[in-house]
Design a binder for this molecule. Structure first.
Ligand code: ADP
Length: 394
């Protein structure tokens, strides 16, 4: 069965066509800068690698381009649209409604729309991807895979906020947790690699959005993001944890509107607010040149991660492994070093030579004597979505 996986973001669409159950990747690609005149399309198969710059004003036109490429007589990988039997969609917020993958129905779309209030950067474009795919792939089953689903196991003591009970009971204000597809994928890989029957693992997902999950025996028991994907770690342009009284100070004393505060905390804060860039590669280059703002921002970023490691080691009463994953976690030896240095109290001991080696494979970067394994595991949210869609249909 061929499953097309779509991760439709606010200005991008990532896609992979995966044959299941063999997990063979037929093609993959990414359209960036949708809505701008110079949108960039990258497309790769086993034999072709191409990049085009084009005017792609909408997601609909983006997805149409992808369909054209899949069917293209020279570069395509299928001959007929019917060869795609299912489309798996990443959906960020599923609230309390989805502890599992769901076949898309009008009710499911309604729920995704409702939860857009809680994930305004993500759910509207996830839904847009579903609506366009329903038109473009009328013969395929549409399946939604939720980032929040993996965290439905978080116990009440960790998911409730200390605010009046009726807000939890009647309004579902609680920790939901995000990046679940990635945390599930890499923690399962780690358990498989470590061959542990019982395990206590911390999964650290560092991309544009960043989050950490405490995983006991494969089950999420706590997570650094909460009601929306905004708190916890310092991210590309999101602040992560701040004292909520700052919001009142900004509105009551500095004249910010609530919309401006929201914009400030989600789009102008994090590494962007601290350094002027949200791209860690640029920040590292500047830090290497001695830029003190960038050096401090990297230290702050790693310090926050270290604090969560301590929190989760205490919550789990032990630690077998930490996992670094996603764009920064997989590639930034600098962040990994800042996080793992002077952590011998926790039994974490980094092998700097191994840390500096580049690889696309699962790898262990701790010393032989380290009590805790430090793993770098490339995430593959698309494959996880295809696996879950396949499971649902079978
Ligand atoms: P998302 O999927 O959340 O959009 P990614 O997982 O692709 O994000 O991660 C994006 C982040 O990864 C960016 O901050 C980027 O700078 C960082 N990144 C990518 N490659 C490298 C690298 N070689 N070294 C350091 N950081 C990197």
């Amino acid at each position: 069965m061929n499953i097309l996986v779509i991760n439709s973001g606010s200005s991008s669409i990532k896609f992979q066509l995966i044959q299941m159950p063999s997990e063979a990747l037929l093609c993959s690609g990414l359209i960036e800068r949708i809505g701008e005149k110079d949108a960039i399309l990258n497309y790769k198969t086993n034999t072709v690698k191409l990049q085009q710059t084009d005017n792609i004003p909408t997601h609909k036109q983006g997805l149409n381009k992808i369909v054209d490429l899949l069917l293209d007589s020279k570069n395509g990988v299928i001959e007929n649209i019917k060869e795609i039997e299912a489309v798996g969609h990443r959906v960020v917020h599923g609230g309390n409604s989805f502890s599992n993958t769901a076949l898309v129905t009008p009710e499911v779309k309604q729920k995704i729309q409702e939860f857009a209030v809680l994930a305004p950067l993500h759910n509207p474009s996830n839904l847009e991807g579903i609506l366009v795919a329903e038109e473009d792939f009328p013969f395929a089953k549409q399946i939604a895979v939720f980032d929040t689903a993996f965290h439905q196991t978080i116990p009440e003591k960790a998911k409730k906020y200390a605010i009046p009970n009726y807000l939890y009971d009647e309004h579902n204000i609680q920790v939901y947790g995000f990046h679940g597809t990635s945390h599930k994928y890499v923690s399962e890989k780690a358990i498989d690699y470590l061959q542990l029957e019982k395990s206590k693992i911390i999964s650290i997902h560092l991309g544009n959005g960043c989050s950490m999950t405490a995983v006991v025996n494969g089950i999420s028991i706590d997570h650094s993001m909460g009601f929306a994907p905004s708190n916890g770690l310092i991210m590309g342009s999101r602040s992560g944890d701040i004292d909520h009284s700052i919001i009142f100070y900004l509105t009551n004393n500095l004249g910010y509107s609530l919309e401006e505060v929201n914009n400030l905390l989600t789009k102008e804060s994090g590494m962007q607010g601290l350094t002027g860039s949200n791209d860690l590669r640029d920040i590292e280059k500047e830090a290497e040149k001695g830029n003190s703002e960038c050096i401090l921002a990297l230290e702050m970023n790693a310090y926050r991660i270290r604090k969560f490691i301590g929190t989760y080691a205490a919550a789990m009463n032990g630690l077998d492994a930490i996992i670094f994953t996603a764009g920064i976690g997989e590639n930034s030896s600098m962040i990994r070093k800042l996080v793992c240095t002077d952590m011998d109290f926790f039994g974490i001991d980094l092998d700097e030579t191994k840390n500096d080696q580049k690889s696309q494979e699962l790898r262990e970067i701790n010393t032989i004597s380290s009590e805790v394994k430090i793993l770098v595991i490339p995430t593959n949210e698309e494959l996880e979505i295809a696996k879950q869609a396949f499971q649902l249909l079978n």
